[in-house]
Write a protein that binds this ligand. Structure first.
Ligand code: PEP
Ligand code: MG
Length: 602
């Protein structure tokens, strides 16, 4: 069903079906009206109009332009008086943008053809123009976009809004968002009821934005070039998060096809969910702990509904950094208590702050970092800001009195960092003891293995901790030197790269020798083509987004550990990613081919 496209919005002229292709990053099929939000300045709400309102809308547009021209002339005079005529000229340049007859003509034509309110048509025409400018190689022209954005904002403010109350459709109505890019915190703060799916021009599968979309179950496509320029707000559309197709003005046949497909996938999911009470144990009896990755404690309901055996990764950077004032130590303690109680006796692993990279920075930096992923990130920040770090450590420790908690440190590159983290944990324990506060003195402490230097000395690290958790998202990027958020090089990002699997094997073997366990909490754990390989390499735990628990459980139930061991042994002798991928995929298809067909879509 096309969701909530208002009847009057369907008065857009008849359009042939348009099909765009991007990279699918979060599975699901979503139907809805498009909202295009471009860069630079915010979109006004859009409102469909009737033919007899076209004249009035054109007048509103002319009025807004005339008011803006007067304001700019006034500003030119004022600044000219204060700072000299030359400084005032900048406003003359702004005003010239609005004198351009072709611009005025295009907006008026747009009001006629789109039959939408004047401010939205102005916004759409200007954004198309600005997007074209942002894509030119001339830096002078690119910089001028800021001036034009400024003028546009001003024009939008000058539209008279004294209109009879007619319904408008903004991002507070259900929609499919089409935008240039989203930050992880944009994605995290979106209203799941209203955001049916999103398409971005930038972005890549392994960015935190994509990870969050999967965690929140929002169908999404990234790297869809031209999406902003070529789609129209309020156009009906279908987003296919399985194949990366974005279909605008779908024909009735296409709509029927997707309605059937969505139903089939929903039924297959429901069938999978009926397995949720089964232990995640292979056919020949090897139990793999199946736990969940979460970013917010409200996800715990979903985690429990899907019977995860605890939380393998609680990313804390989103709630610690999303507001301008981070939560206080007591507030943090409360959040970790929710986790301690919410995992119902299972282990909940809190990862200490992992800021930087593509996530929010702990603090505003004086200069942008040239290579943020190689910069001030993860444990480096925590060890440089020990007061802040110790607040988090004490909060985790205090909460550990209320349930089974563990903690792990991100972005460990060497042993010294592990020693220092442990020293700080012990200092915090002593402080709590001195204050008469209780905590679990045996809480498990782990290190993330997500930098090759750590994997290569996993033997040493394993002696110091209670578990190792492999962060494959980063381990892959640092091993094959592929920026995980740069879509230009995305095709080189290979989870099945022989070097990556050797590092995973080294990590698992080191953990076994030290008699501790190894988990995988990166997205590779959700890739069903590679489950046979990971199981065979010897991982003890897979931690995946709450929506991925059901298919991964089914995969584990269908596999045979002894066969996976053999497969991994062969894989470790293969020279290319393709060969490794192919043998794992063949084993996966043999064991649970129906999942590829019905649930993950190919
Ligand atoms: C990882 O790198 O695999 C990981 C789990 O951490 P993040 O994605 O938050 O960097
Ligand atoms: Mg990481």
């Amino acid at each position: 069903m096309l969701t909530s496209i208002p009847d009057e919005a369907a008065n857009l002229p008849d359009h042939p079906e348009q099909i765009f292709h991007g990279t699918p990053v979060s599975r699901g099929i979503a139907f809805g009206p498009v909202q295009v939000i471009a860069r630079g300045f915010s979109a006004p709400d859009v409102r469909p109009i009737q033919a007899d309102q076209i004249g009035g809308e054109k007048e509103r547009f002319e009025k807004a332009i005339a008011i803006t021209q007067r304001q700019l002339a006034g500003l030119q005079d004022r600044i000219g008086d204060i700072a000299g005529a030359e400084e005032g000229l900048v406003f003359e340049a702004h005003s010239m943008v609005l004198d351009d007859p072709s611009l005025l003509k295009r907006v008026k034509e747009s009001i006629e053809t789109r039959k939408q309110n004047a401010e939205y048509c102005f916004y759409a025409v200007m954004q198309t123009f600005l997007e074209a400018m942002r894509r030119v190689s001339d830096p002078y022209l690119r910089e001028r976009t800021i001036d034009i954005e400024d003028v546009c904002e001003r024009v939008l403010r000058n539209f008279d809004t004294n209109k009879p109350a007619e319904e408008t459709y903004g991002t507070d109505s259900p929609h499919l968002l089409v935008t240039y890019d989203l930050t992880p915190s944009d994605t995290a703060s979106m209203d799941r009821e209203k955001l049916l799916g999103f398409v971005t021009e930038a972005g890549s599968v392994n960015s935190h934005t994509a990870i969050l979309a999967r965690a929140l179950g929002i169908p999404a496509i990234v790297s869809l070039g031209g999406a902003i320029l070529d789609t129209t707000t309020l156009a009906p559309a279908i987003l296919d998060g399985y194949t990366g197709k974005f279909i605008v003005y779908p024909s009735p046949e296409t709509t029927r096809y997707y309605e059937n497909l969505a139903k089939k996938r929903r039924l297959a999911r429901e069938a999978l969910e009926s397995l949720r009470d089964q232990e995640s144990t292979t056919r020949d009896g090897r139990h793999i702990t199946l736990s969940a990755n979460i970013e917010f404690t409200h996800e715990l309901d979903l985690v429990n509904e899907n019977r995860a055996e605890g939380v393998g990764l609680f990313r804390t950077e989103f709630f610690l950094l999303e507001s301008s004032t981070p939560p206080t130590e007591p507030e943090q303690t409360e959040i970790y208590r929710e986790l301690a109680k919410g995992t119902k006796g299972h282990l909940g692993i809190i990862r200490t702050l992992d800021s930087g990279g593509d996530k929010l920075a702990t603090e505003e930096l004086m200069e942008p970092e040239p290579n943020p992923f190689l910069g001030w990130r993860g444990i480096r920040v925590s060890l440089d800001r020990q007061n802040f770090f110790k607040e988090q450590l004490r909060a985790i420790l205090r909460a550990s009195a209320d349930g089974k908690l563990g903690m792990m440190f991100p972005f460990i590159s060497g042993l010294t960092e592990v020693y220092r983290c442990k020293e700080l944990v012990h200092e915090c324990m002593e402080e709590l003891t001195a204050a008469g506060e209780s905590y679990d003195p045996d809480l498990q402490i782990g290190a993330m293995i997500e930098i090759p230097s750590a994997a290569l000395i996993a033997d040493e690290i394993a002696k110091e901790v209670d578990f190792l958790s492999i962060g494959t998202n980063d381990l892959i990027q640092y091993t094959v030197a592929v920026d995980r958020i740069n879509h230009r090089v995305a095709k080189h990002y290979r989870a099945s790269h022989p070097s990556v699997i050797r590092l995973i094997k080294m990590t698992c073997d080191a953990a076994k020798r030290a008699d501790i366990w190894t988990g995988v909490c990166g997205e590779m754990a959700t890739d069903l083509t590679l489950t046979p390989l990971l199981v065979g390499l010897g991982v003890d735990e897979l931690s995946v987004g709450p929506h991925e628990l059901a298919p991964v459980r089914k995969a584990l139930l269908s596999l045979d550990y002894a066969e996976c061991r053999k497969l991994a042994k062969t894989a470790l002798t293969l020279p290319t990613s393709r060969e490794v991928y192919d043998i794992s995929r063949a084993a996966a298809e043999a064991a649970y081919g129906d999942l590829f067909e019905d649930v993950i879509g190919g």
